[in-house]
Design a protein around this ligand. Structure first.
Ligand SMILES: Cc1cc2nc3c(=O)[nH]c(=O)nc-3n(C[C@H](O)[C@H](O)[C@H](O)COP(=O)(O)O)c2cc1C
Length: 334
């Protein structure tokens, strides 16, 4: 499959693995890139900019294919030296950066000067247009289905993607709710140049998380996610476990929720321990509605091959057969 995305990023398949806090380590990013997609390291999973530098080097030892780095700017419990992380990304020679959260404008001049292709994650058309205006190269349009932060508009990809196709001139990637070839074929039909997946990549052999988490995803269905932090206008879609339910209960109490009320429950360190220890109810962990489409734990290579083959088959057989039949009908009735 060749799209503007595969051309711009120098990858074989139009499939990107989005930044994932605590999950986006070299093992996963390298596996996705080796399988022909674009793997992405998550900068803030590394405790310091120096540690990110080492992780980039570690990833380079595992793959000679292109991979990127995600630098997310969101409200955090501890202040983060974002400029230092960005400097490491630039100095290490990374050529693809995924930005997310706040407006990436202040970071664009140094990224551009270093020849970096910037993919900005947006959850709305107005933010996508703004990203295009300020000089971002590719937008990753994250629909309401997505894991992590879907924004506050609650618009699904069936509306966001055709709108992006109508309004944007730069290429865009469909993100949120993708996990199989049907999704890839649909994303291409809706105007996207490829797909970005988070949740689906967690349930792969190479994802550096506990098998119990992967198994929970296989067993989960599409109803097993929850939207927390709504009351703080910083909504996050997470796996619906005991902690998420406690947070929802606190948020539903009369009066305004203060972050202090839930701080203890939602600490990043507890979320991280879910992945390392496999204790599913220890903290909050991100997952998207696409858990309902996950029923196995393949390697990244198997997953990407399967998605691309299914999409190609749908396009070449199902869609072209439907097109040919309706074409005949039009001629017959003319
Ligand atoms: C465990 C996990 C952690 C994530 N962490 C981040 C993050 O730190 N920064 C970011 O931009 N997106 C993050 N995301 C969002 C993904 O990059 C991607 O946009 C999203 O997962 C797409 O939706 P999907 O899960 O339905 O594929 C995370 C997603 C997951 C599943």
């Amino acid at each position: 499959m060749r799209t503007r995305l595969t051309e711009m990023l120098g990858i074989e398949h139009p499939i990107v693995q989005g930044g994932m806090q605590w999950v986006g380590l070299a093992e996963l990013a390298a596996a996705v890139s080796n399988a022909g997609g674009l793997g992405i390291l998550t900068a803030l999973t590394q405790p310091t900019p120096e540690a990110l530098d080492k992780e980039i080097k570690r990833c380079r030892e595992m793959t000679d294919k292109p991979f990127g780095v995600n630098l997310t700017i969101l409200p955090t419990i501890k202040p983060v030296p974002y400029e230092e992380y960005a400097r490491v990304i630039i100095e290490s020679g990374i050529k693809i950066v995924e930005t997310a959260g706040r407006n990436p404008e202040p970071f664009l001049p140094p990224y551009k000067a270093a020849g970096i292709t910037v993919i900005h994650k947006c959850t709305s058309i107005r933010h996508s247009l703004k990203a295009e205006r300020i000089g971002v190269d590719i937008v990753s349009v994250d629909g309401f289905e997505c894991a992590g932060h879907p924004g506050e508009d609650d618009i699904t990809n069936f509306i966001l993607l055709p709108l992006a196709a109508r309004k944007l001139s730069i290429p865009f990637i469909a993100s949120g709710g993708f996990g199989d070839g049907k999704g890839l074929a649909a994303a291409l039909a809706l105007g996207a140049e490829g797909i970005n997946m988070g949740t689906r990549f967690m349930a792969t052999k190479e994802a550096p998380i506990h098998d119990k988490v992967k198994q929970a995803m296989v067993e989960a269905n599409e109803l097993d996610t929850a939207l927390i932090f709504r009351s703080l206008r910083n909504t996050a879609r997470v796996f619906k476990n005991g902690i998420a339910e406690q947070v929802l209960e606190i948020e539903s109490r009369p009066g305004e929720t203060q972050f202090e009320d839930i701080r203890e429950l939602v600490q990043g360190a507890r979320g991280r321990e879910v992945y390392t220890r496999g204790e599913l109810d220890h903290g909050i962990w991100s997952a998207g509605m696409v858990v309902g489409l996950i029923d196995d734990v393949p390697t990244c290579e198997e997953l990407l091959r399967r998605i691309v083959e299914e999409a190609e088959q749908i396009i070449a057989e199902r869609l072209s057969a439907i097109g040919a039949v309706s074409g005949r009908d039009i001629h017959a009735s003319a």
